[in-house]
Design a protein around this ligand. Structure first.
Ligand code: HEM
Ligand code: HEM
Length: 187
């Protein structure tokens, strides 16, 4: 009997994962609240400004997060994960990473192409560089559809993480929580 140890996520990858998960989930919730018009005009204005400023900063975070993954690749799955699940997880992970870029990029461009500045927390304004309402409308649609796609992928992703933790009990969730490599006994 030998021990087979799967590669781990480093502390930076785990910090990136959980900070990103929290920030993007918050942005999705606030975005939907804004677009479903449940807030009064006076409340919606400042919250939209916060959504835009935070989303613009998250573009920098996403650029860093995605390039890190492009350079580093993913650690191999824990031992025993079937090939189809490995493929499915790669597709979902890359889909989410793509959405982490598309969301802030479409948001920034819809504002700046549509003639609207981005107010970074009252510190400074990023001025618009065009006044093209049609292009801004298209980018608004991209922003909306990508948000639904990201929300769907996140739901699938959380269900898969729960299945690994509760049914397979294979250490996949543990290695993203504690960084501890999953170890299985291989004969
Ligand atoms: C960083 C990630 C971002 C996420 C996850 C996100 C998420 C969302 C979501 C879920 C919606 C509602 C979409 C719909 O139902 O059609 C939305 C709307 C919106 N987002 Fe974002 N967003 C992000 C970044 C940005 C940025 C950077 C800007 C602009 C600089 C921006 C500007 C807007 C605007 C103007 C709306 C429409 C709000 C309204 O209807 O009043 N977003 N966002
Ligand atoms: C309760 C919520 C979440 C749980 C329990 C969770 C769990 C996990 C686990 C266990 C992994 C490692 C998978 C493996 O080793 O193959 C992982 C990876 C990943 N997760 Fe999540 N996750 C959550 C939320 C999110 C959210 C909201 C996003 C996107 C905004 C996200 C994006 C990713 C990505 C891109 C990876 C691939 C590895 C990386 O680049 O960090 N996760 N997640």
């Amino acid at each position: 009997m030998t021990d087979k140890t799967s590669a781990a996520y480093g502390s930076l990858s785990r910090l990136n994962h959980w900070l990103g998960a929290l920030a993007f989930s918050g942005m999705i919730i606030v975005g939907f609240i804004l677009s479903y018009d449940v807030l009064s005009r006076e409340t919606a204005g400042p919250i939209r400004d916060l959504h835009k400023a935070t989303g613009t900063l998250l573009l920098l975070f996403a650029l860093w997060r995605v390039s890190w993954r492009l350079v580093q690749g993913f650690p191999p799955p824990v031992p025993g994960v079937p090939a189809w699940q490995e493929l499915a997880s790669r597709l979902v992970h890359w889909g989410m990473l793509a959405a982490l870029l598309i969301m802030p990029l479409s948001g920034v461009l819809m504002s700046l192409i549509g003639g609207r500045p981005i107010d970074i927390y009252g510190l400074f304004l990023i001025p618009p560089f065009a006044e093209n309402r049609e292009a801004a409308g298209l980018l608004r649609q991209v922003h909306g559809y990508a948000a639904y796609a990201l929300a769907g992928l996140i739901a699938l992703h959380i269900l898969a993480a729960l299945k690994h933790a509760l049914i397979d009990k294979d250490g996949t969730l543990a290695r993203m929580l504690s960084g501890k490599p999953a170890t299985v006994q291989a004969s």
